[in-house]
Design a protein around this ligand. Structure first.
Ligand SMILES: Cc1ncc(COP(=O)(O)O)c(C=O)c1O
Length: 424
């Protein structure tokens, strides 16, 4: 019997009259209406009609410890009682900055901001300030937040809006596109255009489903950019803490000039950071001439949550969640194979995704060629079977340290059922 979604339907009707699509971010909207969520705990979410879901979305990535983790909840409660924004430095900022520097080789100095998009906007400005060059190379399918210069062939929710209306191509701020896993394309762009100062990418691309870097790709980008005198920035908003404690730069041993962190960093509260080599970061105001500021930057509530997350995470905990993610990916592959459905389930760290494709998916074009419409039917079946997954073929799935064997079993059972009832 299908669970009732009557309360979600009623709330969505109200919201749609008041808010575009009835949502605060486009990818939360899906037909006929999204489930409205009442609460989350550990690996689970409950909707307003009382249905429980294993959560593989985890707020689109931030909740590496799961929902309402006791350490984070305790820290946020304690800080809320002491105030939530001071307009002045707070004690946890240098603690978190020091911890980040010890984990991320590139983060000699950091600036805290509130969202990944804000961090990326700041990195673009800083790179221009440092190199004097306005152009950026981005990867087809890469998503870096609602940032004008980068909303071109973007992934995530923007993958269904290939170029946003209202974004104008600017000769003053040129954006060049390269496919993922193609270092030669980037070398050619750098040879042909002298106005490029920055190559920006998600080192494992998490916004077209999950695209993994092929052996040597990131290292080759490091070599090419260094040779061309161009900055290399890793957007580790998704990969940070998830592919290793020290992110993609630890896992694949490539040190970029600039790094952006977000999502997991704030433990479920709005927090992001950008940083890099001392020589570059010293240009940021008030030390240098590149201006960037924010009322909520480094606010004590987000910093307390971040400290709690960083104190709780450990390499053994990450190894456990990675092992469980690999096991889930293998069981999903086996389930697809038994049902005669051709599917790819790439995984790294605590991230995985599903492509209904007979071939390995190397780049955004391959991802677009996978069977998106069939995937949507499958995602719908999973949701109805009690697994909360994004209703889009271009999002990654996530596990947390709270996902146990029972949660993983439920996902596999739900997939089996969805395949049997014709989803995919
Ligand atoms: C890789 C990446 N960078 C940047 C962003 C933007 O972060 P935010 O949504 O916090 O602005 C996202 C958001 O999904 C992302 O996935």
């Amino acid at each position: 019997m299908k669970a009732s979604t009557a309360k979600s339907a009623a709330l969505s009707r109200q919201a749609r009259r008041l808010m575009p699509g009835g949502v605060s971010s486009p990818v939360r909207s899906y037909p006929p209406y999204p489930r409205c969520i009442a609460r989350g705990n550990g690996a689970y979410l409950w909707d307003v009609d009382g249905t429980r879901y294993v959560d593989l979305c985890l707020g689109f990535g931030p909740l590496l410890l799961g929902h309402a983790h006791p350490a984070v909840t305790r820290a946020v409660r304690a800080q809320a009682g002491k105030g939530t924004v001071y307009g002045a430095p707070c004690e946890d900022e240098p603690w978190v900055a020091r911890r980040l520097r010890s984990l991320y080789p590139s983060l000699e100095r950091v600036r805290f901001v509130s969202t990944g998009g804000e961090a990326i906007t700041s990195v673009l400005r800083l790179a221009r300030g440092f190199t004097g060059k306005p152009g950026v190379i981005k990867i087809d399918g890469g998503f870096h937040g609602s940032v004008d210069q980068l909303l071109v062939k973007a992934g995530s929710g923007a993958a269904t809006f290939p170029s946003s209306s209202g974004v104008v191509a600017s000769r003053d701020l040129p954006t060049y596109l390269a496919p993922f896993n193609d270092a030669t394309a980037i070398r050619s762009l750098l040879e042909d255009h002298e106005d490029i100062g920055l190559v920006l990418l998600e080192p494992a691309l998490g916004n077209m489903g999950l695209l993994l870097p092929e052996a040597g790709y990131l290292r080759e980008l490091r070599r090419i950019t260094r040779k061309a005198g161009v900055l290399l920035a890793f957007d580790e908003v998704i990969t940070g803490f998830r592919v290793a404690l020290g992110g993609a730069q630890e896992r694949w041993e490539v040190v970029p000039d600039l790094t952006v962190l977000g999502k997991v960093l704030g433990g479920g509260l709005p927090l992001a950071a950008y940083g890099g080599r001392e020589e570059i970061m010293s240009l940021v105001a008030p030390e240098g001439p590149v201006y960037q500021a924010g009322t909520f930057s480094g606010n004590p509530l987000s910093m307390a949550a971040s400290r709690a997350v960083l104190e709780t995470l450990s390499r053994p905990k990450l190894r456990d969640v990675e092992r469980r993610t690999q096991a889930l990916a293998q069981r999903l592959r086996d389930t697809f194979a038994s049902a005669g459905v051709e599917a790819q389930v790439p995984t790294v760290g605590s991230i995985l995704s599903i492509f209904l494709s007979p071939r390995t998916v190397r780049n955004a074009d391959d991802a677009r060629a996978s069977e998106g419409k069939r995937y949507l039917e499958l995602a719908r079946g999973l949701l109805e079977g009690g697994v909360f997954v994004p209703q889009s073929p271009f999002e990654s799935l996530f596990l947390s340290t709270s996902h146990d064997d029972a949660a993983v079993d439920r996902v596999v059972d739900a997939l089996r059922l969805a395949l049997r009832s014709g989803g995919a």
